[in-house]
Design a protein around this ligand. Structure first.
Ligand SMILES: CC(C)(COP(=O)(O)OP(=O)(O)OC[C@H]1O[C@@H](n2cnc3c(N)ncnc32)[C@H](O)[C@@H]1OP(=O)(O)O)[C@@H](O)C(=O)NCCC(=O)NCCS
Length: 196
């Protein structure tokens, strides 16, 4: 059981090591393992068969769908969505004969606020996924992805730009786009998108 005593739900078939922190209203479902030193924010959902590695930090309002392992070295900021069976990595050149075990070997991966990672995609370690970026189902990310970018394919390439609410952004001649759902406007300049 975790060291915090907050209002969270842990299914009886989940395994939560004792020195972890779990925020208020978070839910942890069947066959999920939260390992030692992990910190889970508030209002998170960890689906079935999820593994949260040692010392991993998960922000608030994060959704992790079934069959996802968050390895040590991965950081998830607030409102990140991890689609079912998507894959993180933390070693770039693994070899069973030359094991690399321990923090010093792990290559960090940062998933910024509000980014969505589609079902069955793979994030090669050492990359940062920008704020509210969207990785399509099955994509393989091998480079940093800028804020609000929509990427698909293997290797993942930018095919468009997407709002905070997940709507495609259509820019006018001045490089301005408006999203009705998020009620936010965005500017495209020098291949980057920012909220204005
Ligand atoms: C990336 C995504 C958001 C694009 O959706 P969309 O805007 O409706 O895209 P479209 O269907 O208009 O497709 C645009 C083009 O990209 C291609 N494309 C779309 N998604 C793709 C993907 N995941 N991988 C490769 N190509 C993709 C389409 O084939 C199409 O190509 P074309 O122009 O050559 O015909 C969506 O396809 C996707 O992958 N969503 C993730 C779903 C998911 O994982 N959900 C998890 C929760 S269950």
């Amino acid at each position: 059981m975790p060291k915090t005593k907050k209002n969270y739900y842990i299914n009886k078939y989940a395994v939560v090591d004792k020195d972890v922190e779990i925020g208020e209203n978070s839910k942890i479902w069947h066959f999920t393992h939260v390992q030692s030193g992990a910190v889970i924010g508030r209002n998170c959902i960890l689906g079935q068969n999820v593994n949260i590695g040692n010392n991993v930090k998960v922000g608030n309002f994060v959704k992790i769908q079934n069959n996802v392992s968050i390895y040590e070295g991965v950081i998830l900021e607030d409102y990140v969505f991890c689609g079912p069976s998507m894959v993180f990595t933390n070693i770039l050149d693994p070899r069973s004969k030359y094991p690399q075990v321990g923090k010093e070997f792990y290559i960090p991966t940062l998933i910024k606020e509000g980014a969505s990672l589609g079902a069955n995609c793979t994030i090669v370690c050492g990359n940062t996924i920008g704020k509210f970026a969207f990785v399509g189902a099955g994509a393989v990310v091998t480079k940093n992805i800028p804020d609000y970018a929509l990427v698909v394919g293997n290797p993942a390439k930018i095919i468009g730009w997407i709002s905070e609410a997940g709507k495609k952004l259509i820019f006018d001649k001045k490089g301005i786009a408006h999203c009705k759902k998020s009620e936010k406007s965005y500017k495209f300049k020098n291949n980057f998108v920012t909220e204005i």
